[in-house]
Design a protein around this ligand. Structure first.
Ligand SMILES: Cc1cc2nc3c(=O)[nH]c(=O)nc-3n(C[C@H](O)[C@H](O)[C@H](O)COP(=O)(O)OP(=O)(O)OC[C@H]3O[C@@H](n4cnc5c(N)ncnc54)[C@H](O)[C@@H]3O)c2cc1C
Length: 369
């Protein structure tokens, strides 16, 4: 049985694998290429990016080079500790005694004490004619990543939720103008945000607009949409179309296993990355974290928590509950219990444990003497 199984080879899973190796956790690492990933099992969603400019420590890197760098990094530290399995898609998780069983598409099954889900998400895409031709040729899917490349242009944002308005807000810093094209009358975004963004003089909003087609030559030049009120078809010139019509987290294999929110993101404790199930953690874009980017995904802290939970002799496992800031006190208590296990009587033991807890600190222990 593995100590840890990491699912997903994007920035979150790769960073966790390096960390797990350094902590000498016997780890299984399973990943598969994303649909757009050109067969690359490492790198995750931004494999398709031409130019990533804020992967910290690197001035500019293509998605492909980032994928290779992540793979090199994981394999350099894997040694005999991390078993790297590429082209293995996880299809199911079940609880077993002392851990979890993982089932893959190829019908392999593995057993692990703990699990880190780092399966990211895929962007909901537009399917109108031209969308496939101009994807990444004027149709980017990430404003914080690609926004600066569209400086000085007239750009369009598709969508009407918070993500669309946030994207519009980011683009207003670079673009000549931003037009928000939304298929309904009302917006799903917060009214305060809507009011603030639409008040910007560089902003135009078009509602009740059904996108029909995207045109261009080497790069997007314009789009057509149907005005749903009048039924007319209209043309709109644009130098870029940012699509913010939703994300699809890659979490279907977790349905009924851990708590997912309404968007199918894994609900985690932001301090510990722990899911609703003791023994399963999640990191990166698959989670309900507020912001999703490469650096954020790679910076997740789950492996530290997993390491602590697996500590040999750790008498008090954390019951899947959210731990409070008294974590360090818990550790002192665990330590105290271990060093006093040979105490002659239960009374002595209890007294020693109790003495380790500073007064006024809430703790989960009951002392029966
Ligand atoms: C086009 C595009 C460009 C972007 N550009 C940037 C950028 O410039 N800068 C930036 O900071 N962020 C960028 N982002 C966002 C960034 O890519 C994500 O925030 C980041 O990739 C999230 O990392 P992750 O490891 O959580 O998930 P992902 O990168 O999504 O990686 C998840 C991995 O898990 C694998 N996987 C999924 N399901 C399974 C399964 N069942 N079994 C096994 N493996 C599975 C996937 O195939 C994938 O390899 C971009 C996103 C997109 C879509």
């Amino acid at each position: 049985m593995y100590d840890l199984a990491i699912i997903g080879g994007g920035p979150a899973g790769s960073a966790a694998a390096v960390d797990a190796s350094r902590k000498r956790l016997k780890t299984l690492f399973l990943t598969v290429a994303t649909a757009e990933g050109g067969g690359q099992d490492f790198g995750g969603q931004s494999v398709v990016s031409a130019d990533i400019q804020h992967w910290i420590g690197t001035v500019s890197v293509s998605g492909t080079d980032l994928a290779h760098a992540l793979e090199r990094h994981v394999r350099a530290y894997a040694s005999d500790v991390v078993d790297v399995h590429t082209a293995e898609k996880v299809t199911g998780i079940t609880k077993i005694d002392g851990g979890f069983s993982i089932l893959t598409e190829a019908s392999a099954s593995y057993h692990t004490k703990t699990l880190l889900v780092a399966t990211g998400s895929t962007r909901r895409k537009i399917t109108v004619p031209g969308a496939d031709i101009f994807e990444h040729k004027g149709i980017p899917y990430c404003a914080s990543c690609d926004g600066p490349l569209f400086a000085g242009r007239d750009v369009v944002v598709l969508g009407g939720g918070n993500a669309a308005f946030e994207t519009a807000a980011q683009l207003l810093a670079y673009a000549k103008s931003v037009t928000l094209l939304h298929r309904s009358e009302g917006y799903r975004a917060d009214p305060v945000t809507v009011e603030k963004i639409l008040a910007n003089p560089k902003m135009t909003a078009i509602t009740n607009a059904e996108l029909l087609e995207i045109h261009g030559d080497k790069f997007v030049t314009d789009l057509s949409y149907k005005d749903k009120i009048t039924g007319e078809t209209r043309e709109l010139k644009t130098g870029g179309i940012f699509v913010e019509i939703g994300l699809i987290p890659s979490t279907s294999f977790l349905e009924g296993v851990v708590k997912l929110n309404e968007y199918k993101q894994v609900v985690v404790d932001p301090k510990t990355q722990q899911t609703s199930v003791h023994g399963i953690w999640a990191a990166g874009d698959a989670t309900d974290g507020l912001y999703h980017q490469n650096n954020i995904a790679a910076g997740d802290i789950a492996v530290n928590e997993i390491f602590q939970s697996l500590e040999p002799g750790g008498l008090f496992q954390h019951n899947g509950s959210t731990r409070d800031p008294a974590t360090t006190v818990w550790r002192q208590v665990e330590q105290a219990v271990q060093t006093t296990l040979e105490a002659t009587t239960l009374e002595t033991l209890a007294a020693q444990v109790r003495d380790q807890i500073p007064s006024g600190v809430n703790h989960p222990f009951t002392f029966h003497i």
